[in-house]
Design a protein around this ligand. Structure first.
Ligand code: URA
Length: 210
């Protein structure tokens, strides 16, 4: 992947995203839409996935058939909202290894604080896809990528649902080698660090907390 930012403007993605943004959309519907949209985004972020071949028998003859080398892929959920994106991607690529980075945002400083880190081994040999629905200030995304690189990851992509220009710029400055795939580049961040127009707090909306 060569582009730093890819906005997936497929009509199905855009339609589902609009439904998710609506303040009246209930939690269960929000979660279902997120699962569906994450599968569509996974299609884009997994272009150029490592492939292997398996010998299979068709009704006519044997062939070396191309198959995904799923063991070479690591999906990393940035907790807790990342889990919503993770589910859909994992449904498409069940062989992928999965890791978790726990970061919460200090609401005063907006800085990320780490509370959990558990990732698959041999990260240096894997394509690592970090998932977090909201790329807002970029602080927690940059911190998560820092941790993944510290654990050996060399080939990383970042998958999110919404991105703010501020977060994209921060990621580009800190990690220009990490391509970002998103469903929308929104207008800006507000004073509380929320993406505008956005969809509110992604974690609260998917888990029904407030
Ligand atoms: N995190 C969210 O959940 N929403 C935002 O708008 C920004 C960060």
């Amino acid at each position: 992947m060569t582009k730093h930012l890819t906005v997936v403007d497929h009509p199905l993605v855009q339609h589902k995203l609009s439904l998710m943004r609506e303040v009246e959309t209930p939690t269960a519907v929000f979660r279902q839409l997120l699962r569906e949209i994450s599968m569509l985004l996974a299609y884009e972020v997994t272009r150029e996935l490592p492939m292997t071949t398996h010998e299979i028998q068709t009704p006519l003859e044997k062939m070396d058939a191309p198959t995904l080398d799923g063991r070479k892929l690591a999906l990393i959920s940035i907790l807790r909202a990342g889990n919503g994106l993770l589910d859909g991607v994992l449904e498409l690529i069940p062989l992928a290894r999965v890791g978790f980075v726990g970061l919460y945002r200090d609401e005063e400083t907006l800085q990320p604080v780490q509370y959990y880190f558990k990732v698959p081994g041999q990260l240096d040999e894997r394509l690592v896809i970090a998932v977090d629905p909201m790329l807002a200030t970029g602080n927690s995304s940059v911190a998560a990528i820092d941790l993944l690189k510290g654990a050996g990851a060399k080939n990383i992509r970042f998958l999110c649902l919404l991105a703010a220009p501020e977060g994209v710029a921060r990621m580009k400055e800190a990690h220009p080698d990490v391509p970002i795939v998103t469903a929308s580049l929104d207008s800006h961040l507000n004073d509380q660090g929320y993406i505008v127009p956005g969809l509110g707090d992604a974690g609260d909306r998917m888990f029904g907390t407030k």
